[in-house]
Design a protein around this ligand. Sequence first.
Ligand code: ATP
Ligand code: MG
Length: 229
Amino acid sequence: HSANVQGTITIDDIAYTYYGSDEPVLKGISLTIQAGEKVALLGRTGCGKSTLLQLLTRNWDPQQGQITLDGVPLPQWQEAALRCAITVVSQRVDVFNGSLRENLILAKPSGTDEEFCDVLEKVGLSALLKGKGLDTWLGEGGRQISGGERRRIGIARALLHDAPILLMDEPTEGLDRRTEQQIMSLLLEHAKDKTVLFITHRLVGLEQMDHICLMDEGQFIEQGRHREL
Ligand code: ATP
Ligand code: MG
């Protein structure tokens, strides 16, 4: 269980090179995010933002340096404990063939139908409930969902999964401005006491971050508070 995870993340001089490539994608990145602190990560497409997020969730390990959670190196964490401690809104939300309920329950196995309907309403997806409700089938042989709906399913999952750390990779990409504002306030309200890393190209929500990192070609080129940059 993650009840005793505080959520302090330290990234200490990590480098990462994809297999088969000779150019590192991350070149000596260091950053500490204290428990409850909120950090935004900005940078041009391809500079390595999503790669950093993959390392934070330990999908891969860096070849140099280390990442710790509450002072303990990630490789020493049990995978299940990490999954409990960290919520991820990935850049590409994976919606699988299954009912709407099945697509949400993985985020909160103890969740009730009422909670699922509530959260769908919050993210503006209650139209998906028409007809078969939470039994509505998504994906092949079911309802084809749009890019924006897919994204909002990702947000709904994040709102259901109550973990001390929230990592978001362009959570509002492809949503219109008004929806973006609404979704960002939902996410930031949900994350009020959580550790947050927020990857974005946009400028919405930045004033609520404690710290902003600008990345270019696998390095941090500038860091500071919103009004300093
Ligand atoms: P964007 O803003 O477009 O999402 P990003 O900053 O998230 O970009 P990454 O996805 O981290 O960028 O990619 C960084 C670099 O690593 C890019 O040059 C990309 O082509 C390369 N890359 C990403 N994933 C892989 C992979 N699985 N194998 C090899 N190279 C990869
Ligand atoms: Mg990316």
